[in-house]
Design a protein around this ligand. Structure first.
Ligand code: GLA
Length: 752
């Protein structure tokens, strides 16, 4: 139960009264609401709030005007240190008011704010001025805090939710906006949170991409003005992922992989989103993130609420590497459906690249036999098993088993898979419909559309409007039936296009934009309900590869498909970028055929296996065509992988050498959280001028412990010890014999 937290604000009731009356409380006296820039007559009475977790402290308080102002976000400060209450920053001449210069926790668009607001509303009478002042606070425990703000005169309140993770110091922030105005208000912009950093030189990192080219790490200086990271696509999207990191780059304080101050964050939202990074006129930096305000509009009637997504954010003084380790441990222990102890992912076989739409009972059974012989745990049948699905032109929406391909339903195939000691997974794309389907012929009104306007198809399909209750119930219903009638352990949940014509013509015009919120909420509710009813079913989020990877979907799905691009060389960079924001635990990595369909590059099976073994391993190659030598390489390395999988997928990842920017070499290392095991990989793109592979100085080991080195694949140079201290492996390092084109090696260290 929340209870009022009155210790720091004894005069709570009088403040509440003041706020209700539209006046501010300062210095124990009542003052009429002051205009920006005017100085309060007496020393203000203020509250300070502090959250400590991991190596981080976050502090904010109520300034003399009643605004919630950020005070500090950085390394953990002493428990007995006193934090002074905040005081608003002064005007900068007559052009930049104090309201603009003061870093607010959650700024309403009012009082002449020209920075990114957290909240912007229009009232029924045309008023668009919103000034949020502190009302009250509630602490449910030492790590959680709710703060209520309210407009200075209107019945609109915002409750800010804060929770800091004691282990990592990662803060979860979100807001609940509530109106008790007699007439509806329109929310035009709603962020989950705003974060502030003091003036300094900063580097912004973010992840960009496109289909088959996701998770490219970009780094650029933070400059005056706004840098917008966003998706307007209706889902989190391939183009920019909802994650950021900001490193401090002042003269003596350069951020790199293992050093320097980094602030980072990720939005838990799978719909259109926006993160605005803004350097203001006085060089301070603000990061505001939440619903994308583009085409946004959410009306609230009296008594209604809007909950924002959660914006997670953290801090480290140990560089980009530690930032990702903190975020990834947090995701594994707090976000994933099986948190805090998710099982390592089963090694899967997926039939897509072998058969595409030409699935048959006999064909799948024969692939299953071959997969089982390799040590695969899970057999997944991909697209093509349902409706009249022979190509991508038809069938989506008709989720009955195709009788020509599976005359006796899925049971014979599933029984066969079980008899081979594997469990069974199935591909679905629940939010889509082909116009050539029974579902569309029956319910053409179920798709996103503006009546009388064209309906744009992508991959010959339209989007069902999942925001509609009847569509939501249909989608839940067929999935529930499928999972009830068949022994399915896993769904690959695909989503192969972005939105277009996002109309919701069931609702009055001024409510139709609620589709941006309700669609995603219904998606989450379907996933949540399915998981409760079918607790043993696991789910993968796929969207033509990595088009829907975010901390929102990861609360309901066990893994994601980072990219349809499985070319191993490309995968090295995709995986490198991916791991800045998301854990290896969820990063599915398949080995597919060579030459690769996208780049026509030929690579050895060992190289392909080693690249995929850096993630959660899967095999997607056509097993009917592989040579015996390749099959035995898969079997051998799958066996070796399973012995170290938990370390690779849930340990501390160190990106020793980046594969980006045309690098000739790359290397990663993962250390188990108890430091008893480490696994490291090295890759060479193409050796030039006879260069030797750089010496790998390992990280994160116990320097005083003794570790034994063994090879998973490849050799070290002559003279490398087999047994040495953690200090040796970290300081002296290890030299690999690695030359040629597309070569890889992997080793493990075991603590004695
Ligand atoms: C998407 C997925 C692929 C495959 C196909 C099936 O492209 O990313 O892995 O499942 O759909 O149509």
């Amino acid at each position: 139960m929340n209870r009022p937290f009155l210790k720091t604000f004894p005069n709570f009731l009088s403040l509440l009264l003041c706020v209700a009356l539209g006046i501010s409380f300062a210095g124990g006296a009542l003052h009429a609401q002051s205009t920006p820039g005017t100085q309060p007559a007496r020393a203000p009475f203020q509250a300070v709030f502090r959250l400590d977790g991991g190596d981080t402290t976050y502090a904010f308080g109520v300034n003399e005007r009643g605004e919630l102002q950020q005070i500090y976000w950085g390394g953990r400060i002493g428990a007995s240190d006193t934090i002074a209450p905040p005081k608003s920053n002064p005007d900068w001449a007559s052009f930049d008011s104090s309201y603009n210069n003061t870093p607010q926790e959650y700024a309403g668009w009012g009082t002449g704010l020209f920075h990114e607001p957290a909240l912007k509303v229009t009232f029924a009478d045309g008023n668009r001025d919103l000034v949020l002042h502190y009302v009250s606070s509630f602490r449910s425990d030492e790590h959680s805090l709710d703060i209520m703000l309210k407009d200075i005169s209107r019945a609109v309140s915002v409750t800010l939710h804060y929770r800091i993770d004691p282990a990592t110091g990662i803060l979860a922030r979100s807001a609940t906006i509530e109106s008790h105005e007699a007439k509806p208000i329109m929310i035009e912009q709603a962020a989950a949170a705003g974060f502030a950093l003091p003036p300094a030189h900063y580097t912004l990192s973010y992840l960009s991409g496109r289909w088959a080219g996701e998770f490219t790490l970009n780094q650029e200086a933070v400059r005056p003005g706004q840098r917008i990271l966003e998706s307007r696509r209706g889902s989190s999207g391939h183009q920019i992922n909802p994650w950021f990191a900001i490193g401090k780059n002042d003269a003596a304080d350069i951020v790199d992989e293992e050093h320097g101050e980094v602030w980072f964050g990720a939005l838990a939202w799978s719909g259109s989103w926006r993160i605005t990074v803004e350097q203001d006129q006085l060089d301070a930096v603000r990061v505001t993130g939440g619903f994308n305000p583009f085409d946004f509009g959410y009306p609230l009637k009296s008594g209604e609420k809007l909950e924002t997504p959660v914006f997670y954010a953290g801090y480290t003084h140990n560089g980009m590497g530690e930032a990702s380790r903190l975020l990834n441990h947090f995701t594994v222990s707090n976000i994933l459906p099986e948190a805090p102890n998710p099982r390592p992912r089963p090694v899967i076989y997926n039939s897509w690249e072998a058969t595409e739409f030409n699935v048959t009972e006999a064909g799948q059974e024969s692939l299953a036999e071959k997969a089982a012989a390799l040590g695969i745990d899970r057999f997944v049948m991909d697209d093509g098993w349902f409706g009249q699905r022979k190509t991508d032109h038809a069938g989506l929406g008709d989720w009955y088993v195709n009788k020509e391909k599976f005359p006796n339903g899925l049971k014979p195939l599933i029984d066969k898979v079980h008899s081979l000691n594997m469990d069974f997974g199935l591909w679905v794309e629940p939010e889509m419909v082909n116009p050539d389907s029974d579902l569309y012929r029956k319910h053409p009104e179920w798709v996103l559309n503006f009546p009388g306007r064209p309906r744009s198809e992508e991959r010959n399909q339209l989007m069902l409007n999942l925001a509609r209750q009847d569509v939501r119930d249909y989608v839940y219903g067929f999935l529930d039936k499928l999972l009830t009638e068949n022994q399915i352990a896993f769904l690959k949940w695909d989503y192969n296009r972005n939105w277009s014509e996002p109309g919701w013509d069931q609702l009055p015009p001024d409510e139709q934009k609620k589709v941006y919120v309700q669609f995603t909420r219904n998606l989450y509710s379907i996933l949540a309900e399915l998981r409760v009813k079918h607790p043993n079913v696991e789910i993968e989020s796929c969207s033509g590869g990595g088009g829907r990877v975010d901390l929102g979907i990861l609360h309901y799905t066990d893994e994601v498909w980072p990219s349809d691009n499985t070319d191993p060389l490309d995968r090295l960079t995709i995986q490198d970028g991916f791991t800045y924001a998301y854990p290896v635990q969820v990063m599915m990595a398949w080995v597919t055929d060579s030459p690769h369909w996208l780049n026509q590059r030929s690579t050895s099976m060992a190289y392909r296996m080693l690249v995929s073994m850096q993630g959660s391993l899967g095999i997607g190659a056509n097993l009917n065509k592989l040579s015996d030598a390749d099959l035995s390489t898969i079997k051998r390395l799958t066996g070796a992988y399973k012995q170290v999988q938990k370390t690779i997928t849930q340990g501390d990842l160190y990106r020793l050498i980046s594969p980006t920017n045309g690098s000739e070499f790359s290397a990663t290392e993962t250390v188990s959280t108890d430091k008893s095991q480490a696994v490291f990989f090295g890759f060479v793109h193409s050796t030039q001028e006879g260069r030797t592979f750089p010496r790998l100085q390992l990280l994160g080991l116990d320097p005083g412990a003794v570790y034994t080195l063994s090879s998973i694949e490849g050799n070290t140079v002559e003279g490398t010890p087999v047994v040495a201290s953690g200090a040796w492996w970290m300081n002296h390092g290890v030299n690999l014999q690695l030359k040629g084109d597309f070569q890889g090696a992997a080793f493990r260290l075991e603590k004695k």
